[in-house]
Structures are given as structure tokens and as C-alpha cells.
Ligand binder design. Structure first.
Ligand code: 5AD
Ligand code: SF4
Length: 450
């Protein structure tokens, strides 16, 4: 069998694309390997969301190209968002790259490999913006091979025009996947052993089962999945705050299978900065949606993304962000220093005027605030019991299991690996900044969940 090494950068969408590519490649006689040295085919599924991610991908590709200098029979492919952004120009820097293809052209992989086998290079870089021409990959793993927690593509692309964001230009316009296809895939995954699915989309909250604005939205899709499949937990990522409507909030209240967690990127807490980011909402609107979400379900967890040092962000604007974080009380947050991305409105039309050291100071202040809020919220859970999906053994401690609560918190607890894949009641007895410790509730013990 031939061997493929895939290195994946970036978001869950890329992770999911990698899973799908491995399924396609299995059909072409490739087996996955974790070692670059023994690979016949090396693929780099890249991310360009921030400058740092872009550099990381480029330097890994550089390593592969060096290896190819020693072993010319290796095929090198670059896909994902750097491939889409840089296109065939990437080969100017690295002439040894054989294949360059974008996220919309994953299904072309077998054909691209064939072209390389018959000599030369192969590229597939067109974005597909027309629903009738777009085909979502629907291969699912065989029975018994499905991941405990699986990703399912609900839509692709993004029609927003946030001024800092490169995603619309590398992932194209929004296209929603037909609901029947999604329900079918979730059903198949559940039959093959998955317990939890996460519906994916760059702006998943804009999902529409029909053309344009027609058809059911995300709430309707979730209702169908809950009613028509055996899957026990449903999640989605990432939504845009503007698209969080009462119907979706109501779904959190009414649908037990929809996990009480939402990752809702806010980006900033100052109206001035939100406006120049072109986010389309105000700080008050975000706070109102977040509090409605919190009220919809007990134990609801809200996590977010934040950018510090956006062009024009003053010390006062940054204070507004910290205050907004306190008001919402995020359960956890990812935060990033702003970096200009080519072709975006902010990079072309605004000056990256917040000095690096100010960005760094703001980032560490923000992270310290979030750390203490996360710890407080985690500590408040000590003594409560929640259902935990056991996902694997704890890499740090022998005899321990790592699991995920419905609110998305990671829990470590002593247990036998035979429970992996089960949903079990766990009492929380310790809190860390980013995870919880717990103990399995024993058989026959009265379990009263909080
Ligand atoms: N600079 C810094 N952070 C960014 N993000 C997106 N674009 C940029 C940028 N140009 C962050 C946002 C987004 C997350 C995935 O990455 O917070 O939600
Ligand atoms: Fe990175 Fe965005 Fe592409 Fe995901 S969609 S891989 S985060 S650039």
C-alpha cells in the first residue's frame, strides 16, 4: 500500500476536510502514516486566518520540499486556505510542489494525482459559488470506525464582510447543504458508532435548507436531526451573533439533544471597533443575545473569540472590551493579536497602528481576566454532577479518562478504558483554568444532576 502523510493546520473545517481526504485516498490505495520520511504522498492542509498560521504552514512545506530534494519520488500537495490564497504562485517559491488545490476542489484529488503520475504538476483552484454545481463529500466511515464525536458539514463559505477576515476570499460564498443529505449522514454516523455530531460551517447560523433565504434555518435542521436520527448530542460551530434569533434560542430551551454550549465570537466590546470591523451588531445587542442564551437553558456555556489591537483600538476601546467580557461572563475565550490579511478591507484601507508591545500587553491582560473568570465558573461546578462523554484515555495520567460534558468542558476522571464511547455521570471534585477533575458516580448511587 502507498502511504500518505497529512499535516492539518487551522480550524475544525480543515480537520474535517482532512478526514474526508483520507477517506478518498483510502479508495486510491493510500494508508495514513504519521511519518514524513515514509510517505509517498505528503499533503499540507493549510490555514491563513492569521499571519502566524500562514508562516507556520509555509515553513512546514519548506521542510517537505527539502526532503523531496533527497527523495524525488515523493508527491507533495498543498491544499486548504493558503493554497487558495496564494494559488499557483506558491510554486514560484517552491517549484517542487506537485499539486495545489483549494478547499472547494477536494473531490478532484484522485484526478490530480493521476495527472501527476503521468508527469508534470496539477492545480485545481476555482471556487464554486453556485449551489447546483457544488457537491458535498458524503463518504462516511465504515461501521465501527466512526469517531465518537464527528464533524458534519452543514454549509460552506461566508457572505459576511468583516473587515479583518480573509475567510470569504478563500472559502467563497455561502452554500448550504441539502438537509436530507445532512440528516442521512448523521444517521449513518450514529449507526456506525458516533454519539455526538458538530455541524460545521464558516457561518453555520446562516444555514438555509433551500436556495438563498428559502427553507428551514439552523434550528429546523437541528430539530430534524434530533427527531430523525439516533445521535445523542448535537453541537454547531461557528455562528455569527447577528444570526442568533429567537428560534435558535428556543431550540436550546426545548431540545435536550442540543448541547448547552455556544461558541459565539464577539471580537471586540467597543461599538467603535465593532463598527470598523463591520460586524453588524453593537455591544448591547451582543450582550442581549448572550443573556437570552444564558436564560434559555440551565448550565448554558458561552465561549468566544476576541481580537486585540485592531486598527484604531484605543486604550479606552480595549477597556470596553474587558468590561463587556465581565458583563457576559464568558466561560472561556480564544484571543488573538490583530494581523493584517492581504486583500481585506482593514489591510488595504486602515493603518495597523497599535504597536506590537501594546497588542501584547492587551492580550495578556485580557487572557488574565478570562483565566480568572474561567476558573471561577469552573469552581462553581465543584460538587455538581453532569453527563460526560468519555472520549479517550488521559495522556497525562495513567488510569484516567478524558471526557467532555454537554457544556463542552473537559473532565478528567479515574476509569476503565472500556467506558470510552459511553456517556456517564461524573461528579466534579476539582477545577482548573481550562478543565475539571471528577469522579465517576457509582452504580446504584442516586444521581441528581444539577
Ligand atoms: N487578525 C487576528 N485575528 C483574526 N481572526 C480572524 N481574522 C483575524 C486577523 N486578521 C480571529 C477571529 C476569528 C478567529 C477564528 O480568528 O477572532 O473568530
Ligand atoms: Fe484557517 Fe479560516 Fe481556512 Fe479554517 S477557514 S483553515 S480558520 S483560514
Amino acid at each position: 500500500m502507498k502511504k500518505v502523510y497529512i499535516k492539518t493546520f487551522g480550524c475544525q473545517m480543515n480537520e474535517h476536510d482532512t478526514v474526508k481526504m483520507l477517506l478518498i485516498l483510502a479508495g486510491e490505495g493510500y494508508l495514513e502514516t504519521g511519518s514524513m520520511e515514509e510517505a509517498d504522498l505528503m499533503l499540507f492542509n493549510t490555514c491563513t486566518i492569521r499571519e502566524k498560521a500562514h508562516h507556520k504552514a509555509i515553513s512546514e512545506i519548506g521542510r517537505a520540499v527539502q526532503l523531496k530534494g533527497l527523495r524525488s519520488d515523493i508527491t507533495i500537495g498543498v491544499c486548504g486556505c493558503v493554497a487558495q490564497q496564494e494559488g499557483a504562485g506558491l510554486r514560484k517559491r517552491y517549484p517542487m510542489i506537485d499539486i495545489i488545490f483549494g478547499p472547494d476542489r477536494i473531490l478532484a484529488l484522485p484526478e490530480l494525482l493521476m495527472r501527476v503520475r503521468s508527469g508534470g504538476t496539477a492545480d485545481a483552484l476555482d471556487l464554486i459559488d453556485d449551489r447546483s454545481n457544488y457537491r458535498f463529500m458524503d463518504k462516511v466511515p465504515a461501521e465501527g470506525c466512526a469517531p465518537i464525536s464527528a464533524f458534519v458539514l452543514a454549509m460552506k463559505g461566508c457572505n459576511c464582510s468583516c473587515s479583518y477576515c480573509i475567510v470569504p476570499s478563500v472559502r467563497g460564498r455561502e452554500i448550504s447543504r441539502p438537509a436530507d443529505e445532512i440528516v442521512e449522514e448523521v444517521g449513518a454516523l450514529a449507526r456506525a458508532g458516533s454519539r455526538e455530531v458538530t455541524l460545521l460551517g464558516q457561518n453555520v447560523s446562516a444555514y438555509r435548507s433551500g436556495d438563498g433565504r428559502r427553507g428551514e434555518g439552523l434550528a429546523g435542521l437541528i430539530r430534524r436531526i434530533a427527531g430523525e436520527t439516533e445521535i445523542e448530542r448535537i453541537r454547531f460551530t461557528s455562528p455569527h451573533p447577528l444570526f442568533i434569533n429567537d428560534e435558535l434560542i428556543g431550540e436550546f430551551a426545548d431540545n435536550e439533544k442540543l448541547c448547552p454550549h455556544i461558541h459565539l465570537p464577539v471580537q471586540a466590546g467597543s461599538d467603535k471597533v465593532l463598527k470598523s470591523m463591520k460586524r453588524g451588531y453593537t455591544r448591547d445587542l451582543f450582550i442581549e443575545r448572550a443573556s437570552k442564551l444564558r436564560e434559555s437553558r440551565s448550565g448554558m456555556s458561552i465561549t468566544t473569540d476576541l481580537i486585540v489591537g485592531f486598527p484604531g483600538e484605543s486604550g479606552r476601546d480595549f477597556e470596553d472590551t474587558l468590561n463587556m467580557m465581565r458583563r457576559v461572563g464568558f466561560d472561556s475565550a480564544f484571543a488573538f493579536k490583530y494581523s493584517p490579511r492581504p486583500g481585506t478591507w482593514a489591510a488595504e484601507g486602515m493603518c495597523d497602528d497599535v504597536p506590537t508591545d501594546a497588542k501584547e500587553r492587551r492580550l495578556s491582560e485580557l487572557l488574565a481576566l478570562q483565566r480568572s473568570m474561567s476558573r471561577d465558573r469552573n469552581e462553581a461546578l465543584v460538587g455538581t454532577i453532569g453527563d460526560v462523554l468519555a472520549v479517550g484515555t488521559d495522556r497525562m495520567r495513567k488510569g484516567f479518562i478524558t471526557g467532555r460534558r454537554a457544556d463542552n468542558r473537559i473532565v478528567h476522571f479515574a476509569g476503565n478504558p472500556s467506558i470510552i464511547g459511553d456517556i456517564v455521570p461524573v461528579r466534579i471534585n476539582g477545577a482548573n483554568d481550562n478543565s475539571l477533575n471528577g469522579e465517576l458516580c457509582h452504580d446504584g448511587e442516586e444521581v441528581q444532576r444539577s
